[in-house]
Design a binder for this molecule. Structure first.
Ligand code: CMC
Length: 428
């Protein structure tokens, strides 16, 4: 019995509902019995007021701009941790001891290769296929190759499939890139770090030694940390919904990749850099600000705004700092960064953006870094998918381990025709 109750008056009758409390954050009214006791549903398209599950992984306070993974602030993790350590944390709940981390890294690095036949699958795609199209196909196809880890009721199977997904994602993403530019795919080199190995598979060629630049490796690793998990966002909810039917994890993650692709979600990093390049110079910014404010113009400032953050996205703060570090390390400069800084300044002083609490999100600066490192814009969302796989599998595992888990099955407000009789063709 929950300590607090909420009372709803339906058709003149008071109905009581338990109010559940999390460890922090808003209380939640438990309406699971609403339909049974009143014959009514709630209406919440976009789930703006709906908690779809219990979770102990990630906490966001959108008003304060706080993001915690298992209680640890994202800024501290980005500064002091590594992507592999954050992956361990998300999957296991606690930061690892040194030996535990070494063992985890060893395990992940020994699952990096793809089945040779899976590599042949790439040849079936057009050369100009978007890397996300390839990712959807190849990750879904993993279920056809790794039958030995798809019994989702077995925790050991779930662990192996999770490790396989995290380990193979860099190989899959790098191969998608290599295929698109007509270069040979590289096999993984397990002597390198998770991120170093990914950079080598992406930018290396078999004819030459590839030297990992430590500053770039660190920046890339940090970008992966910043994208690792983000509570019940659209793609994570997609993974959970797909998984709630008992589908295998490879199929579920492929579903998550498909959802992430959209420009309102993961595709925003690609769209944000394209937008900044289109704006070109700071003098053009006012024109684009006016367009973003015009209700009759579908244009939006990409990389701006967030469903949950109504304050600065803490990931964007780290991202902005990382741009400078990467520019210094690679001795590059890109005027697009100046345009981005100026655009942010102008928008944050504009009543429209202030009133609607629209701030730069994680995607506003990430594209500038990725472009400086050498990635084409079409790879940006694939990198997001690579990193978010950690969150997806952790959330999926949490859901399957929950004894109260049931298939996700929302209802609707039906507005179509009521029952009517079929009309034969000659009478229509
Ligand atoms: N530019 C101009 N106006 C905006 C923007 C924007 N980027 N974002 C929101 N608004 C306006 C919107 O028109 C609406 O105005 P009104 O109340 O007058 O109708 C108001 O702000 C609220 O917007 P919303 O679309 O109802 O808010 P939402 O929570 O449904 O959408 C969002 C959040 C992220 C989809 C949206 O802000 C957006 O489309 N941003 C651009 C795309 C983007 O950067 N996405 C990446 C999100 S972070 C990474 C990730 O999680 O994938």
């Amino acid at each position: 019995m929950a300590d607090k109750q909420a009372t709803l008056n339906v058709d003149g009758n008071d109905v009581e509902f338990p109010v559940l409390q999390g460890s922090t954050g808003p209380d939640v009214i438990d309406i699971r019995k609403l339909y049974g006791s009143t014959g009514k549903f709630t209406f919440d398209p976009g789930y703006k007021s709906t908690a779809s599950c219990e979770s102990a992984l990630t906490y966001i306070d959108g008003q304060e701009g706080v993001l915690l993974h298992r209680g640890y602030p994202i800024g501290q993790l980005a500064e002091s941790s590594s992507f592999m350590e954050v992956a361990y944390l998300l999957l296991n709940g606690e930061l690892p001891q040194e030996q535990e981390l070494n063992h985890f890294e060893y395990t992940i690095s020994h699952h990096t290769m793809l089945h040779e036949q899976l590599r042949h699958l790439y040849q079936g795609f057009r050369r100009d296929a978007h890397p996300m199209a390839i990712m959807c196909g190849v990750v879904g196809a993993l279920s056809a190759f790794y039958h030995d880890s798809t019994d989702i009721s077995d925790p050991e199977h779930r662990k192996i499939s999770s490790h396989r997904l995290i380990a193979k994602m860099p190989t899959i993403a790098a191969a998608a890139y290599k295929y698109s530019i007509g270069q040979p795919m590289l096999y993984p080199d397990n002597s390198l770090s998770y991120t170093g190995n990914f950079l080598r598979m992406t930018f290396g060629v078999p004819a030459e030694e590839y030297e990992v630049i430590p500053e770039v490796e660190k920046a890339m690793d940090r970008i992966f940390i910043l994208h690792a998990d983000h509570e019940q966002n659209a793609s994570t909810s997609t993974v959970r919904l797909a998984g709630s039917s008992g589908a295998n994890p490879f199929a579920c993650i492929a579903a998550g990749i498909a959802c992430l692709w959209g420009p309102a979600h993961g595709g925003a990093n690609e769209a944000a850099l394209n937008m900044l390049r289109e704006i070109g110079t700071p003098d053009k910014i006012p024109h684009y600000i006016e367009r973003a404010k015009d209700k009759n113009d579908p244009f939006r400032l990409m990389g701006f705004g967030h469903r949950v953050y109504k304050n600065y996205d803490p990931r964007a703060t780290v991202m902005q700092k990382t741009v400078r570090e990467v520019f210094d390390a690679l001795k590059v400069d890109d005027p697009v960064f100046e345009t981005a800084l100026r655009l942010e300044e102008i928008a944050l002083n504009d009543d429209y953006f202030v009133e609607k609490k629209l701030f730069p999100n994680v995607d506003f600066y990430s594209g500038i870094i990725l472009s400086a490192i050498g990635f084409p814009t079409t790879m940006f969302t694939a990198l997001f998918a690579l990193a978010r796989t950690v969150g997806w599998v952790a959330q999926w595992n949490e859901m399957i381990s929950d004894p109260g888990q049931v298939i996700g099955r929302p209802r609707q407000l039906y507005t179509g025709p009521t029952q009517r009789d079929y009309i034969p063709m000659d009478k229509r």
